[in-house]
Design a protein around this ligand. Sequence first.
Ligand code: ZN
Ligand code: ZN
Ligand code: ZN
Length: 332
Amino acid sequence: MPEIRKDPVTGRLVILSAERAQRPQPFALDRNPVDMGPCPFCAGNETMTPPEVFAYRADQKHSDRPGWTVRVVPNKYPAVVNDGNSSKYKDGIYEWMNGLGVHEVIIESPDHVENMAMLSEKQFEQVLLAYRDRMLYLSSDKRWRYILLYKNQGTEAGATLPHVHSQLIALPLAPKEVADEMTGARGYFDSTGDCVYCELIRREIHDGRRIVAGNERFVVLCPYASRFCYEVWVLPRKHLSCFDTTPKDDLAELSRTLRQILIRLNRQLADPPFNYMIHSNPLGEAENGFYHWHMEIVPKLTQVAGFELGSGSYINPVVPEDAARLLREVAL
Ligand SMILES: [Zn+2]
Ligand SMILES: [Zn+2]
Ligand SMILES: [Zn+2]
């Protein structure tokens, strides 16, 4: 069973998961392509994955066979394990808990596609609907405090298989990034009565320099203090704390918005590896006036190196005003 250990000084949490080392090419040190054999995520190879937990398919009776459009399976090499209840331990300064959680893979196409931007609009929409359906389903389990949805595309971004997929991890606690955002957003709300993200959207639209794209429902921008080159955020214009309560029409618009920004990144940066993640309210927290869900997209163009590790700060060689302008100017 994996273990979640707490750093005795900073309180930072680390998941120790020996199971993850069993993955094909777990450490990505060898850049030479190796023959991975048949793709376990392609339709027809369903027996190569653990049995599916969810799928969009015409005939629900025939699970683990072709005929699906989006398929969700447990991660074969999970970082956390869904077994029992959360137990906390303490020995002097050391604290840890069992690595309880859910780790699933969302396979985004039955066909072998390696770049998410190549999916059709319809298929893209189904992927986002599957995110919402899985979040709604898993949030009924009171053991989970957070569900993190994320994507790694490309080896440099951490993907071990090229077939388009994303992942979700349900955890008994909220990750530090989200906890920090909640603290900052709550502080701003307490002193102003306003949502800091709503204020940021108003300001950015008024200013315009960091806006990449936008429509009635979503705004796409390079954040003021971008950590990484061409870092892009997607935010709903209407204040909403929880991604999983996003209406279907808005998800359809989000899928078009997201697909378009991935195409812009691909054209400007020659199909970069990238990560994206959805930051939403922790489970069990009511919809509130201060937290505003959003997506963060981070192309993998530079390495996190000594300065970043040593300081917790970032050096970004591309100012977000330039990144946004270049992305805006991409011909679609
Ligand atoms: Zn495949
Ligand atoms: Zn807001
Ligand atoms: Zn965030």
